[in-house]
Design a protein around this ligand. Structure first.
Ligand code: UD1
Ligand code: UDP
Length: 355
């Protein structure tokens, strides 16, 4: 029977891989799980294996942090002997992080088949490291599993054989559907009533000191009106620390990254979410919660066309009016995109191992 090896490495990979792992397990498929170690803090990695009921990784490459070139090269060097030893028939890679493209490059050179989950997304912005990872991974993949029709269109336009493209829907939403009943609000002192939820970690927002200072000022102002809960990504924590802005104030709650169940409950109950995360744009659309995305573009246009997402572009002065509109009940309504239904992992598994 087909032997499948999954490669995960960074926080959003876990929510995308779990449904595939579980669906293939119920079909009795032999599986190997490789964690690259791109994310390694317990709050960025271990907690998700427990909460999502994922098996522990069979291999951890423990690459850690580094420049793009250093991290990608380390993953490639350490992954190659593992994949040669494990001899999978297919390697599944997820999303758009450095672990995704590094594993795909190794497999392509070894002639091992690659399946890309979340194929075809495009921001058309090559200043984003993720866009480079998406373009390269999709060119190398043998099977391209897309979450939405726009993904199919992008791939066909780039010359990918339509026979390789399979619209299966959104695996990250499978995890949400499965675990929403178990979502559980964390105890946060001082957060009793309405609150806004914030995540920011894109280099374009947090690695630029002026922009990060301005964002912090906007959030501090907002916290004068309602509590702001901001689970801080380690990249952002470091940058805020460098600017001396990492102390929580009475209503701006800068907390450590949260577990999935805790963060999901906070999204569900938030009056508004302000983010630059890819996954959070999708989850808020599913939950019907207004989402203000601090980016000029998105590789997930269905969250804008159909969902609750709005992009405020590069102009930070647009954040507050967008948040106020949501607080006043004037956010645009949204619907759940097609095939974001909790069964994408099953559709993917059925393609790989027909029952
Ligand atoms: C990575 C992905 C990004 C994704 C994000 C999800 C790439 C190019 N970027 O960005 O697409 O949206 O993960 O969260 O793959 N750090 C820790 N502990 C950790 C992990 C990171 O302290 O467990 C710190 C280190 O200082 C590190 C920095 O965060 O240098 C950035 O980590 P890295 O994995 O390079 O990129 P992310 O910003 O996390
Ligand atoms: N998430 C989480 N805890 C947090 C922040 C985010 O569990 O404190 C989850 C979120 O629900 C989503 C995923 O992490 O499932 C998104 O990952 P992230 O924002 O790190 O990456 P991106 O989607 O931008 O690549």
């Amino acid at each position: 029977m087909t032997r499948i090896l999954h490669v995960v490495g960074a926080r959003p990979n876990f929510m995308k891989a779990a449904p595939a792992v579980l669906a293939l397990r119920t079909r009795g498929v032999p599986q190997v799980l490789v964690h690259t170690g791109q994310h390694y803090d317990a709050a960025m990695s271990d907690i998700f294996f427990r909460q999502l009921a994922m098996p522990a990784p069979d291999h951890n490459l423990e690459v850690g942090s580094g420049s793009h070139a250093a991290q990608t090269a380390q993953i490639m060097t350490r992954f190659e002997p593992v994949v040669l030893r494990e001899k999978p028939d297919l390697v599944l890679v997820y999303g758009d992080v450095n672990s995704t493209v590094a594993a795909a490059l190794v497999c392509a050179k070894l002639g091992i088949r690659i399946g890309h989950v979340e194929a075809g997304l495009r921001s058309f912005d090559r200043t984003m490291p993720e866009e480079i990872n998406r373009l390269v991974t999709d060119q190398l993949a043998d099977l391209l599993f897309t979450p939405s029709e726009d993904g199919n269109r992008n791939l066909v336009r780039e010359g990918i054989d339509p026979a390789k493209i399979h619209l299966v829907g959104n695996l990250m939403i499978d995890t949400l559907v499965r675990l929403l009943p178990a979502a559980c609000r964390p105890e946060l002192t001082g957060v009793n009533g309405a609150y806004a939820l914030v995540t920011l970690h894109r280099p374009s927002n947090v690695d630029d000191a002026d922009r990060l200072r301005q964002l912090h000022r906007i959030l501090t102002d907002l916290s004068g009106e309602l509590a702001v809960v901001f689970p801080v990504h380690p990249r952002t924590r470091r940058r805020l620390g460098e600017l001396g802005l990492d102390a929580a104030s009475s209503a701006l709650h800068l907390v450590d990254p949260l577990g999935y169940l805790e963060f999901l409950a906070l999204q569900r109950d938030a009056r508004v979410v302000v983010t630059d995360s890819g996954g959070v744009q999708e989850e808020t659309t599913y939950l019907g919660v207004p989402c203000v995305t601090v980016r000029p573009n998105t590789e997930r246009p269905v969250t804008v066309d159909l969902g609750t997402n709005i992009l405020v572009g590069d102009d930070l002065s647009r954040i507050r009016p967008a948040v106020d509109a949501a607080l006043q009940g004037r956010a645009k309504p949204g619907v759940i995109p097609p095939l974001w239904d909790g069964h994408a992992g099953d559709r993917l598994a059925d393609l790989l191992v027909p029952r």
